[in-house]
Design a protein around this ligand. Sequence first.
Ligand code: COA
Length: 628
Amino acid sequence: MLRVFVRTVLRPGMVKPCRLLRPVTQIPERSIVHQEGLPKLPVPPLKQTFERYLATLEPIVSEEELEHTRQLVEEFLKGGVGERLQKSLDRRARKTENWLSEWWMQTAYLDCRMPVAVYTSPGVVLPRMHFQDRQGQMRFAAKLIAGVLEFKKMIDTETLPIEYLSKKPLCMDQYYQILSSCRIPGPKRDTVVNHSIGKTPPNHITVVHNFQFFVLDVYNSDGSPLTVDQIYMQLEKIWNSSLQTNKEPIGILTSQHRNTWGKAYNNLIKDKTNKESVRAIQKSIFTVCLDAPMPRVSDNLYQSRVAAQMLHGGGARWNSGNRWFDKTIQFIVGEDGTCGLVYEHAPAEGPPIVFLIDYVVKCMQRIEIVRSPMIPLPMPQKLRFNITPEVKRDIEKAKQNMNIMVHDLDVHVLMFSHFGKNVPKQHKLSPDAFVQMAFQLAYFKMYNICCPTCESASLRMFKYGRTDAIRATTADSLNFVQAMQDPAKQNTERLELLQKAVQTHQDNAYNTIHGQAIDRHLLGLRMQGIEDLTSLPEIFMDTSFAVAHHYNLLTSQVGSKTDCVMCFGPMVPDGYGVCYNPMDEHINIAITAFNSCEETHAAKFAQAVEDALLGMRALLEDTATAKQ
Ligand code: COA
């Protein structure tokens, strides 16, 4: 059953009550009940957070470091500073819709100066399509665009089905932030603009081919969306008027370090034509990148190659200039059957993006290309850019930096086909926790130590909730992985340790999605300290604090109905980015690392994960057989 959701323009840090976009009288009672009924994100108890913080440190810092941190925690709690900051946080929580969201948006995304490409923007690899030529590419792109417009109808009419997690309704706000929005670089902090809430929401998408951008109006004058056939014909026109391959890859500017791009952006938009073209891209509903074919690779490397293409476009020679990385959603359709997307992370997490994909993929199976009456449509407008010597210099710099980034990113997609969620479920174990323990085991096997590990978990049970971290490395996970590597241990003992570690992870996941994890609370206390105090408490400058936040394993489950996989770059120079989609019978896992780090290697880690998953299944089956 479809249920309605109220779109609000209230941003998380604002104090005023919601202003609804439509007059209240037009909104069904039930939708107000949903949005207003969502609980506020709680501020966890101070003592609980610090007890959990110390427990988190146990497996990842030395005994001396831990002892030092224990003393700092005691001072922080007993000296009154902790209480004072906690009271300020409580006050902030009472006054705002969500005490965390604005701080999180700033610290995690808008203040981050690293390039969005590779560093913060995730990609999604869709199954390979079987078109091999331009017509196939256009037909597919036309259907995809029509599917997204159908999805947009649910947003426009506020009829998106409400999602649930553990039987609790989730905040749907992120869905209203992903279309018609774009990030804009700033000298110190970026912003995100959402044009769907303005007076004149856009009627166009942008299409980019051979580095040339076009405005494609996707609605008729009566407000009806173009048919697939009409879109196809418009795409053909775009293709035919962008055949030159020697154009300046203007879009590659958006892949730069944010300060560099911020300066180049100001250069670029000094020119009126450039400013209008940039604005047309920013305002568009979404972007479709019609990519040139990439070098062929063997079938077993195909998914990894596509993941790289989604994350960075393959380099200045290939498709990196065929993007506007600031755009929230860019669908990518290659002439060689490649398809997927890349999205700018600030407005939303992965789950709403894959929900959109699932919806569009289903639509595309249904949509038929029917010949429509030949009403001539105007030629899509090509966006002009005046390339001054300064802009040309910026583009050359961006090309060089992009090529360095491309060479540095090591990507491996593991399509683990031996089993999926079914096996852990049969053994009464949480599939997510089981997979996380496989990552722990793989890492331990490779490095003989464990490392700080973050798994993203949703806070969407709360109004404007984003994510918090489940810390997957625990004393119990360490006991388990050590036992697996210890030849003296019996399988029965190993199994008990696995069950315990899985249960601990599941309990931590439960606490996290219910707003009782430690990471965002620690961030809140630190941010409050910066606002309220003259100097930051030592607890936030301690070695343990730095170690605890150096996530060598940055992981996230983004499950979907479509057989796809999301991918993202590592968080730290010597770490891995691991994103996985556990399906019933198989698991898709995308692993990234940096080539500049000698210790990390995506394909080796993938092999270790595969071995770990198989070893853990063998453990479950051996011990089950032994009991019979
Ligand atoms: N025995 C049998 N089955 C079990 C089980 C057990 N002990 N424990 C869990 N299961 C089942 C669940 O009922 C569920 O069943 P379903 O497939 O029918 O729905 C399934 O196994 C999956 O549960 P589990 O693997 O435990 O976790 P999850 O899918 O609920 O995911 C999180 C856990 C933390 C990933 C999820 O809560 C979450 O927050 N997701 C969002 C992540 C996110 O935002 N990422 C950001 C990316 S940018």
